[in-house]
Design a binder for this molecule. Structure first.
Ligand code: GTP
Ligand code: MG
Length: 704
């Protein structure tokens, strides 16, 4: 293959070729290069872990080396020749990352087609196989999704750079930087999402205060007043249609996220187009998140306020969004207008917040409308009602947006908000410290497993490992199955309407209510109607709690077998299944004649028809809304369960895969890992000093 390069170069004159000839040559050269790549990929198939290899490798290492060298020389030669001929070959037309993501998209579609439902046409499948297969799909989809999310993040996926930035802003992130380095270096990709989660928490030291209350209780006005702006639209009709986050920003800006994943950054003046019931009725513009950035000192330091659509009988469609958002806030503020006394709707909001374990503050808004004596009496009435109806001791503060009363708001901030914010920051710091500690343990476990699998340390038998892997898979499959069952259950709520009237009719006839008190649909009946609908909700909740137990059990079993201490408690998973939304039926406002004279089956049929025709439409509407609310709630709960499960299961899977395929570890790698373990151990003492630091106020003091 020896070629005289000098001679070749001298004979070729660029100006002797026309454009068509150059193109022809370029196309031949491209074809040659492609064929050479194919030869390379045949050689590479020996290293590939391809499941269905195309070639039986009969090439000796010496032959492979010679082929590779020759390919390199062929290419060099070709490139030089093209240069001399003035044939310009342009750079690559496609971005690799983009092409990889598109191909991964096809992989995702193919994985989806492995789901059990696509096999049913070929014959029935036993339940255990369905779970296993579903588990495989969920596992593969999870891995692909995580990879895609990571690739989509582009530069922000660079955790080391983000950590360095945090360090510059005063945080001490040494241990996290070390963990990042080791995770990256040793390819512990399964631990990356956990590290990313901690970094995110560190970056967003936010404390979210959400304001709830009936329509027109003054939520948006209060937030405008707090921020000294008029940015949120206010008025007497239902105004706010979408929950709106107000966070700190150097310049005012509006960020809108849509259901189709579009994100737009717009001038703040456009807020009413998305937030107000008038311009975005029932959120027809499909906004999923509204963030207003505003340079207010009250937002500096991570306080975030959330304005929510009004609740209660006068509420518009946005109320469902408020209820779905409610459990996410760090502090819930319930506004009760001084113009209208506290009612059941306010109490129910306070109860929902308490049930979701968020701290609650109650404010009496529009305090300027009352004289001092009236205000005192309204405050003590509200406190005593909350105590009597809910058994809660909650202080009630007066506030007003009228300038002459602004001292009330200042006082509330000083006595209630700032101390709570500081406590919230302390709790967040503790949680980050705990999470970092757990991550360190996971890294240590993964490194030790790698050393041990190549050594002689005792590890579970191969069969046991395979069974553990299958157990995790089956648990993952249960998530998907439960998701389907939840959707079916939520759908079934919509068809509950007829059954409700059957029950009401039976109840009325059996209790003689119709003949005894012709116009009565008494409270008891109402209760049974509510219960009927709520039963679906509690069934749903039961299913999710069961799932949380199954997931926790599977994780704990695997952790125990692998000797890992880093395992989530059952309560951590069951805790995700918070209080479900309750059914709020419309009033049963109907008068019925005495039916005592009709034979019972006829009376029953008549009653059902009558109830259905008079009350059916409004009931159907509330049932549909409740179905949507439950579906939203269960979807969110399942997503949380899934991410908790995945965060713990991923490292176990990697550990199991490593142990199953026990391969020998080169000596220098073994040494490097021992070095990593020593460096991690060295952080122990400095870290425990931080843990016991009585001040404990530095939110990022992870490794002082
Ligand atoms: N007198 C008095 N009026 C107030 C005060 N705060 C709000 N208002 C009035 O109450 C009405 C309702 O105010 P909003 O801020 O739109 O109420 P909201 O709770 O955000 O209402 P929705 O978004 O529809 O749920 C407006 O007409 C305000 O001018 C206050 O402190 N004093
Ligand atoms: Mg409002």
């Amino acid at each position: 293959m020896d070629v005289d390069h000098k001679k070749l170069g001298a004979d070729l004159r660029p100006d002797s070729l026309n454009e068509a000839q150059r193109r022809r040559l370029l196309s031949s050269a491209r074809y040659i290069d492609q064929l050479l790549s194919e030869i390379e990929s045949i050689l590479n198939s020996a290293d590939s872990k391809c499941l269905f290899p195309k070639y039986r490798l009969d090439v000796t290492p010496a032959q492979a080396k010679l082929i590779r060298n020759s390919i390199a020389r062929l290419r060099e030669l070709l490139a030089r020749a093209l240069d001399k001929l003035g044939v310009i070959h342009q750079g690559p037309p496609f971005d690799a990352l983009r092409s990889i993501r598109i191909t991964l998209g096809f992989v995702q579609v193919a994985v989806e087609e492995m789901a059990p439902k696509y096999l049913r046409g070929y014959g029935s499948l036993p339940q255990s196989t369905v779970s296993q297969l579903q588990g495989v799909c969920t596992e593969l989809e999870g891995l692909l999704k995580r990879l895609d999310t990571w690739l989509a993040q582009g530069a922000t996926a660079d955790l080391q750079a983000r950590l360095r930035k945090l360090e510059k802003t005063g945080g001490q992130t040494g241990l996290l930087q070390l963990l990042e380095e080791i995770i990256q270096e040793r390819g512990l990709i399964e631990l990356r999402p956990r590290l990313a989660h901690i970094v995110e928490r560190l970056e967003s030291k936010q404390f979210e205060i959400a304001v709830f209350g009936r329509v027109s209780s003054g939520k948006s006005s209060l937030l405008n007043h707090i921020l000294q702006t008029e940015v949120l639209p206010v008025g007497v009709n239902p105004i706010t249609a979408v929950p709106t986050r107000l966070t700190y920003g150097d310049k005012p800006a509006l960020i809108v996220d849509f259901a189709d994943r579009r994100r737009e950054r717009l001038p703040i003046e456009q807020l009413p187009e998305f937030v107000s019931e008038a311009e975005n009725p029932s959120n027809t513009k499909e906004v999923v998140r509204l963030v207003v950035e505003f340079p207010s000192p009250r937002l500096a330091g991570g306080l975030v306020f959330v304005d929510t659509p009004g609740l209660g009988a006068l509420a518009a469609a946005g109320a469902a969004e408020t209820l779905a958002y409610l459990p996410q806030c760090d502090l819930g503020v319930v506004l009760i207008s001084a113009a209208t006394p506290l009612n059941d709707e306010d109490l129910s909001t306070i109860r929902l917040l308490c049930e979701s374990a968020a701290p609650v503050k109650v404010l009496l808004s529009k305090a300027d409308l009352l004289k001092p004596a009236e205000l005192e009496s309204a405050l003590s009435y509200t406190r005593s009602q909350i105590r009597a109806q809910l058994g809660l001791e909650i202080d009630v503060h007066p506030v007003s947006t009228i300038d002459s009363h602004s001292h009330l708001l200042d006082k509330w901030f000083q006595t209630d908000i700032y101390p709570l914010y500081e406590k919230g920051q302390q709790l967040a710091a503790e949680s980050i410290r705990r999470k970092t500690g757990a991550l360190k343990e996971a890294v240590v476990a993964a490194l030790k497993a790698r050393v041990e699998r190549s050594g002689s340390a005792p590890a579970p038998q191969r069969e046991e490992l395979i069974a553990l892997e299958a157990g995790l898979r089956e648990a993952a499959g249960r998530i998907e199955q439960t998701r389907r069952e939840c959707v079916a259950l939520c759908d079934s709520i919509r068809s509950l309407e007829t059954r409700i009237w059957e029950r009401v009719a039976s109840h009325l006839l059996s209790s003689n209510a119709v003949s005894a008190s012709p116009d009565a649909l008494n409270g008891q009946t109402l209760d049974s109607v509510i219960k009927n609908a709520v039963d679906t909700g509690s069934k749903l909740q039961g299913m999710l709690v069961d799932l949380a137990h199954t997931l926790a059990h599977s994780l704990q079993r695997t952790a125990a077998a692998l000797g890992n201490m880093d395992v989530p408690e059952t309560e951590e998973l069951t805790g995700v299944v918070r209080e479900m939304p309750r059914f709020d039926p419309p009033p049963l406002d109907i008068r019925l004649p005495s039916l005592g004279w009709l034979p019972s089956p006829l009376a029953r049929a008549w009653l059902i028809r009558r109830l259905h025709s008079k009350l059916g439409p409004s009931f159907q509407e509330s049932l549909a809304a409740y179905g949507r609310l439950l579906e939203h709630w269960s979807r969110k709960t399942l997503a949380e369960l899934q991410s908790l499960f995945d965060a713990a299961a991923e490292p176990y899977r990697a550990q199991l895969a490593g142990l199953i395929s026990r391969s020998a570890l080169p000596a220098e790698l073994r040494e490097a890992i021992a070095g990593d373990l020593a460096r991690l151990e060295a952080t122990e003492h400095s870290e425990s000093a931080t843990m016991t630091d009585p001040a404990g106020t530095d939110p990022v003091g992870l490794d002082k």
